[in-house]
Design a binder for this molecule. Structure first.
Ligand code: KG4
Ligand code: ZN
Length: 339
């Protein structure tokens, strides 16, 4: 059979997403984001799983409608088996198991992190070119910060990761200190554009090898603000652009240093980034200028495939389908899961 239709669902955190693929081609990718968490300044797990429960049926219907594919045409169904929030994962897991059972088609459990890394292989009208193996997959989001050596679709190895906070978490937590709403990443990015990135210096972590630490940066920002606010209670409002620019500069440098090191150690010059933080203009500019200096070839997927989405689950499912890597109906959700 040369036309394989797959329906995939992603429900690992706070986005309910469904995608329909024909082979590696995206036919639809529909995501319902959850607004309920904004008031709490972060994702509330219990509320997330309830919202997934409400969204999963309409999101799947919409994905099938946009793709113009009927349930009866599907060759397999896929879902995120982990890592993520247990209650959120369980919704996608249970629903897709039932669907596989009732349609009598294969079920494919997909690792969320593999999805982020292989999102570069999704084909659509805009995104056509994928990195060649081996490449360095850099996953940067609110929940992850990893450098992965990707040898082939299913042979990948984490060579560096954060020991504490994820980079997106650092943006969100420092943004909160600056009085910005959750998630603060996009707002910091916007304000940083009119600020001076070299105005304030924050502590740089001393972490060996390719691992990251972002909690030191957060503490450094906190102590700096406490000191300044004692002298001038309006310090933040008066310097918000410089604060955002200087913080962003520090975070980007931490990331860039390790990518450079990873490239030197492995000899790999193909760099493929993904995750919500890859939207950041400071990171995009830094990678662009480095690609000239270091002769890197840099890949950044369309933003739609950077944030959590079901299309990245569908592309992995397609590669697994080709290798008959199917899951048993006894498959369980895994909050923690290695590559
Ligand atoms: O991939 P994603 O949507 O969800 C997770 O899996 O975490 O990433 C969300 C994260 C948040 O921390 C958000 O602040 C950050 O990505 N983010 C940004 C930007 N856009 C989103 N951080 C910095 N600059 C941006 N432009
Ligand atoms: Zn993610």
């Amino acid at each position: 059979k040369d036309r394989i239709f797959i329906l995939a669902v992603e429900s690992s955190c706070d986005d309910t997403s469904a995608a329909v693929f024909e082979n590696e081609k995206k036919l639809s990718n529909v995501t319902a984001t959850q607004k309920v968490h904004e008031a709490y300044g972060g994702v509330v797990p219990e509320l997330a799983s309830r919202a997934h429960q409400q969204h999963i049926v309409p999101v799947i219907h919409e994905a099938l409608r946009q793709a113009n594919v009927k349930m009866s045409q599907l060759d397999a169904v896929a879902f995120t088996k982990g890592p993520g929030l247990m209650g959120s994962l369980l919704v996608g897991n249970a629903f897709m198991k039932s669907l596989a059972l009732s349609l009598n088609i294969p079920l494919i459990g997909v690792n969320h992190m593999q999805g982020h890394i292989l999102a570069h292989f999704i084909k659509d009208e805009v995104q056509q070119k994928a990195p060649n193996f081996p490449f360095l997959g850099i996953t940067i989001s609110g929940g992850h910060t990893q450098i992965v050596k990707v040898n082939s679709y299913f042979d990948m190895q984490i060579i560096g990761e954060t020991l504490d906070d994820a980079i997106g978490e650092a943006f969100d937590k420092c943004g909160k200190m600056f009085g910005l709403n959750y998630p603060a990443g996009p707002e910091i990015d916007r304000l940083a554009k009119s600020g001076n990135p070299l105005k304030y210096k924050f502590a740089k972590p001393q972490v060996k090898g390719l691992d990251f630490s972002f909690s030191g940066l957060k503490t450094s920002v906190l102590y700096f603000l406490q000191k300044q606010l004692k002298e001038n209670p309006d310090f933040i409002q008066q310097n918000i652009e410089d604060l955002c620019a200087s913080f962003q500069h520090a975070a980007v440098q931490i990331l860039l240093d390790k990518i450079k090191k990873a490239s030197q150690l492995t000899g790999i010059k193909t760099i493929a980034i993904g995750g919500g933080v890859s939207a950041n203009s400071g990171i995009r500019e830094a990678l662009k200028s480095q690609s000239k200096q270091q002769q890197w070839e840099v890949f950044i997927p369309s933003f739609e495939y950077c944030t959590d989405n079901a299309a990245m689950i569908a592309i992995v499912a397609y590669f697994k389908y080709l290798e008959h890597q199917f899951s048993d109906l006894s498959i369980t959700a895994k909050a923690r899961l290695n590559l």
